[in-house]
Ligand binder design. Sequence first.
Ligand SMILES: [Zn+2]
Length: 475
Amino acid sequence: MRIRALVAVVGLLLTAVTVDALAVTQVKSMRLWRAPDNTRLVFDLSGPVQHSVFTLTAPDRLVIDINGATLGAPLNVSTSNTPITSVRSAQRTPTDLRVVVDLKKAVSPKSFTLAPNAQYGNRLVVDLYDQEADAIAASNPTPPPTPQPPATTPAVPVTPAQPAIKLPPPPSGKRDIVVAIDAGHGGEDPGASGSRGQHEKDIVLQIAKELQRQINTEKGYRAELTRTGDYFIPLRKRTEIARKKGADLFVSIHADAAPSKAAFGASVFALSDRGATSETARWLADTENRSDLIGGAGNVSLDDKDRMLAGVLLDLSMTATLSSSLNVGQKVLGNMGRVTPLHKQRVEQAGFMVLKSPDIPSILVETGFISNANEAAKLATRGHQQALARSIHTGVRQFFQQNPPPGTYIAWLRDSGKIAQGPREHTVRPGETLAMIAVRYQVSVAALRSSNSLKSDELKVGQHLDIPTTALASQ
Ligand SMILES: [Zn+2]
């Protein structure tokens, strides 16, 4: 009796083990995101897998072996605007899945797996980096010391020209002030979501693009976006892009959610290494820093040299940078307070990863709470987005007029006494026309229209107008 029972138990155990071994992971779906220099494939999995990735040529293919997995659903994605022509799959063994990605041209693959988080289960991420982009990036920093005579130029295939940067030479070679605008989240990291399905990543990209447009209308300034479309960028990569673009200021734009649906209002944050200045600040920093868990930071790492340098720079310049960040943050906050309610009257501080540039003043702007139905609706409107962008722009301008980086056009304007003096915004009084205001501040009507996003020249009494910076007309 007793022995028979034992045999039965052992039998059961064996059955359980066998079933477990056969319970392979399912590949449930594949998603695709296109970034300027890479294509990201994300495989959603029912559990962990082992994997390997390699490339084949003639024709170019990428092979992804996913071991311990079967296909749960067809891998359907749109591959337009990507180097991918098609995606095929086959079971190599009953538990080993092979995915073959047919390519128009060779790519450099990087792959990693991600553990489950609040939004997603296990994932396998394969980033396909464009090879031309690598070549351009590598040849970017310095031109060759001596120009090659045309005769010796090898007959290489024509590579696509680098994107033309609109950069009119400023007088006496004075450079533009560069503002890096960082639209939070993107791609498979939607950020906060509103009750009507609004995604933070979409709203903040719209605001970031509007802010870029406004800043670029102003002489002496150039705005660069860290993200120009719907794709994921790891947090550290965002500051890296800003540094490569030569940013004098980093502005990260967000629209967040809070556990309390009643929370509302805009806030501006600077970095704190000591701890958050408020409960909300800490909560938001934790939420924002989670982005890398969602999108994966597996493809970015500082090498040892960078790490050491970062440590040294941090000690040397963090204090100065932080005081600039607080200064510009307070100016932005003050201007935002005229177009939207504020969550806090002062710049808050918390350990936001994206603000950890030791050498670039950096702020994070929460434009409002998307979890608040009222604010979510406002944030989605063009008019409110423009007003928010304008208020951020005004704060940035005020900061740089007082603190222009040496060697810039704005510094030159200030030092040569040519910067337009007086208030930089105007409240419309009865009887005033746009033309009168333009004359008064010695700017063009077109510049006034543009920096205030005016659709018509009709003004309302009491309306606030931004006055763009210009050099006084040279006599
Ligand atoms: Zn966010």
